[in-house]
Design a protein around this ligand. Sequence first.
Ligand code: GLC
Length: 456
Amino acid sequence: MTDSALTSARSVLEQAILSYRGRPVGTVAARDPKALAADNYSECFIRDFVVSALVFLADGKPEIVRNFLETVLELCGQELHIEGHEIQPGVMPASFRVERDGGEEHLIADFGNRAIGRVAPVDAMMWWAVVLHIYVEATGDRALAEREDFQRGLQAILALCLKGSFEIYPTLLVPDASFMIDRRMGVHGHPLEIQALFYGMLHTIGDLCSADPPARDLIGAARKRQAALRDYVRECYWLDLDRLTRIHRFRTEEFGDGSENILNIHPDSLPGWIEAWIPDRGGYLVGNVGPGRMDVRFFAQGNLLAVLFGLTTWAQTQKIMDLYEERWDDLVGAMPVKICYAAVEGEEWRVLTGGDPKNVPWSYHNGGNWPVLLWPFVAACIKAERRDLAERAFRIADERLAAQVWPEYYDGRTGRLIGRRANLNQVWSAAAFLFAHKLLERPELLAWFPGNLARE
Ligand code: GLC
């Protein structure tokens, strides 16, 4: 099974390569001739290309990754206004496409100015920096990162993320839909996935930025922020039975120093399902926290990247793996991996998603199962020394993914149905399968990721 699936995945990836003026610069998001979804699936998304980049680098084909990094950086050189508002240096596009006008080719980027819902992708600049780090680790080509335009790009990202704001927390405040979940889903504020990426990005930039002025001050600020972010996330996002019990008995309205319930979480704001669902063994980082707010939904990508980038302690890492084992049907089920648990339903669905029919309960972002998450799952399991779980998930994907032509996502509580509006030949589904397979064969590839040495 695996060999023919790998051949099929490879052909999806190769046919997805996007060329610009004769050079490969990226991969399109989907190659589904009967796509039911938006026409931007023929564009190269930054976050989708990350998975392709991992495969190309593992295959010893760095050229396309280098071209991609240069192309995205060049796109940021444009002066751009969205709704009369100038976009800040450091912001990177969600996607770009090649437009052919007679014999000429042009690149057109989407900084959120064309996206459904006009969403700005906060994750794009973070993924770009992480891919640059991985490229340097994989190829040893440090000269690319040292180039003046790359140093300027890295500093712009850092300056933007560390800019003063009204915030008290070390986490990054972002609007709804600014990352992989790019539709309204009640994920505004301080979503875990952005915090994990932010942490990975800060790590990366510390390694890649030259220590000359003016970067020196930025790097110092980045190190401080990274440490504060790590301590805050480990403490305030963590949930297991013991902490749930403590929250249940929290005092509220505590003013001043020395309070335990610093965010003033009212225990009754937590949903009823959490008490029965949280196992004796296991724990995880919750989806979002803020003043008076704890969103206890389990978001896979945030937890898995937190493990991969060393944002969790070793004990927390083990407990996240225990949770997967204890709640396997809910979090993996018939297709690895569930994007978020539990789905929001009824009135909560109407309010949080804005009545979005694509995000009905147990579909798409609202509790669907996404094959692309196989790669961070396998990576996190290997890092946690739980290879058995990685192999188990890979076998499940191997049974159906290629035969069902690489769907974008699956629907249903356990993910048994191909997603109602899922594309087929979704490139990151195929690339994730390829890279997961490579990680199982060559676990040493984990050394490419920022934070790979952290085991606290
Ligand atoms: C959907 C996903 C987004 C992805 C895009 C292209 O919009 O939510 O994360 O980048 O499709 O695959």
